[in-house]
Design a protein around this ligand. Structure first.
Ligand code: CTP
Ligand code: K
Ligand code: MG
Length: 182
């Protein structure tokens, strides 16, 4: 696969996992998932930054996007002259939900390491959602996963994602949507 082609395919395939965390920033608020509970170390289980509303809205936004991408994939594929993947329904859910779950697990680890809500945890912040989105998808749709996430695409995703994460969160910070630029 040509390098540019690999980047386009990787970006397209990961869009349903990229959008949820940003959508959650817009929709967040209300009841935290941990209900205010603390762990035995005295710190919050997850913290106020992980809410039911943000998680639900983020997952639905990513799933809806996957369906839109499926609808326009034929036209975009022929326009660009490359083969873009279609998302099976289960994958339209595992990519966004896995992304949200990865972010939630990362917050659990952040609280266990004594980091307050909003504190940075380099690399974990940039890759938590990718790792769990891919893992959940690999379990739920192994055949599709093998065909779609070739070694080239996985490598591109691991390089591209941290760069995009830094960029989009920086923009969200400058727009005043996020309290920290990570
Ligand atoms: N958000 C949410 N539910 C989620 C994820 C995010 O409501 N599952 C919203 C919250 O309003 C959160 C904002 O999106 O404050 C930014 O997300 P993130 O940076 O992941 O959370 P932080 O507030 O920084 O908290 P943490 O330190 O736990 O990551
Ligand atoms: K985060
Ligand atoms: Mg944060």
């Amino acid at each position: 696969m040509h390098a540019v082609e690999a980047v386009v395919v990787a970006f397209w395939t990961m869009l349903p996992a990229y959008v949820p965390n940003n959508a959650a920033v817009l929709a967040g608020g209300g009841r935290p998932i941990d209900g205010g509970r603390t762990w035995r170390d005295g710190n919050r289980l997850l913290g106020d930054g992980k809410t039911w509303r943000g998680t639900l809205f983020g997952t639905l936004a990513g799933a809806a996007l996957a369906l839109v991408l499926n609808a326009v994939a034929p036209a975009v594929s022929s326009g660009l002259g490359l083969a873009l993947p279609r998302f099976p329904l289960v994958v339209a859910l595992t990519l966004p939900f896995g992304a949200m779950l990865g972010d939630i697990l990362a917050s659990f680890l952040k609280r266990r390491s004594g980091r307050e809500r909003g504190a940075a945890f380099p690399l974990l912040d940039q890759l938590d959602f990718v790792v769990i989105a891919l893992a959940l998808t690999a379990v739920a749709a192994p055949g599709w996963f093998r065909d779609t996430f070739t070694l080239t695409v996985v490598v591109v995703v691991l390089v591209l994602t941290p760069a995009l994460h830094v960029l989009t969160n920086g923009i969200a910070y400058l727009l005043g949507l996020k309290d920290e630029p990570w």
